[in-house]
Design a protein around this ligand. Structure first.
Ligand SMILES: C[S@@+](CC[C@H](N)C(=O)[O-])C[C@H]1O[C@@H](n2cnc3c(N)ncnc32)[C@H](O)[C@@H]1O
Length: 212
């Protein structure tokens, strides 16, 4: 898939030690990028990377990647990275559509989708990152028994997504319409969108589905 291009995007991203471009080149070699060989957790559609930066700091026992397809958004993460000293994560300029060219089968321990674009019109349903076409791709690259964690403020997208996971045979481990009122709130790392919507009083939905 063609990515939105910014002048010299590849060079500028490759030059930063925590940013990566051209992710296909790392297929089968992701572990070699990290200091420790430990579980690999991957977020798709990560925006400016706040979630993965926070989660990776909290969990030094895993390695983390976040994928964002908009180069301008990837650049914006640079400001956040100035104060960061841990190194078990990378922010990747890449498109989720291409995940099968980027990851080997059964190679990811967990997937995160946070506040994915809702694409509310029915004719755009296939663009939703929880559409079954995407779920089938995730299934291939996720290890057996691996989990997918999905959060959103969007009521319609959440309802659609729960059905997509169930219809496609994922085991539902956890579903809530008000994440911040559950026992999971304590461990929760907020994303940029989550901070914004929570401040307006909007409830946050979350599901955890297992690849069985
Ligand atoms: C609504 S924002 C949410 C950002 C972040 N997850 C958060 O919660 O703050 C969705 C992001 O997903 C990115 N995105 C959408 N489709 C994508 C795809 N196919 N591959 C990679 N990133 C994608 C968009 O560019 C956008 O930055």
């Amino acid at each position: 898939m063609r990515l939105r291009y910014v002048d010299d995007a590849n060079e500028k991203i490759e030059a930063h030690e925590r940013l990566l471009a051209s992710p296909e080149q790392y297929k089968g070699k992701w572990h070699s990028l990290f200091e420790k060989d430990q579980p690999l957790y991957v977020e798709f559609g990560g925006g400016k990377g706040g979630f993965i930066i926070g989660l990776s700091e909290k969990h030094p026992e895993a390695n983390f990647l976040t994928f964002e397809r908009n180069a301008k958004v990837v650049y914006k993460s640079i400001a956040k990275l100035e104060e960061i000293h841990h190194d078990n994560f990378f922010i990747v300029w890449g498109d989720v559509t291409d995940v099968e060219a980027i990851f080997e089968k059964n190679s990811i321990d967990r997937i995160y989708l946070n506040f994915s674009d809702p694409w509310p019109k029915d004719r755009h349903a296939k663009r939703r990152l929880t559409h079954e076409n995407f779920l089938n791709k995730y299934r291939k690259i996720l290890k057996d028994g691996g989990e997918l964690h999905f959060k959103t403020d969007n009521d319609g997208l959440f309802e659609f997504s729960v059905e997509e996971f169930k219809k496609n045979g994922w085991e539902m481990l956890f579903i809530t319409n008000d994440l911040h009122q559950t026992e999971h709130a304590e461990d929760n790392v907020m994303t940029e969108y989550e901070e914004k919507f929570s401040k307006t009083g909007k409830n946050i939905h979350k599901l955890i589905a297992k690849n069985v």
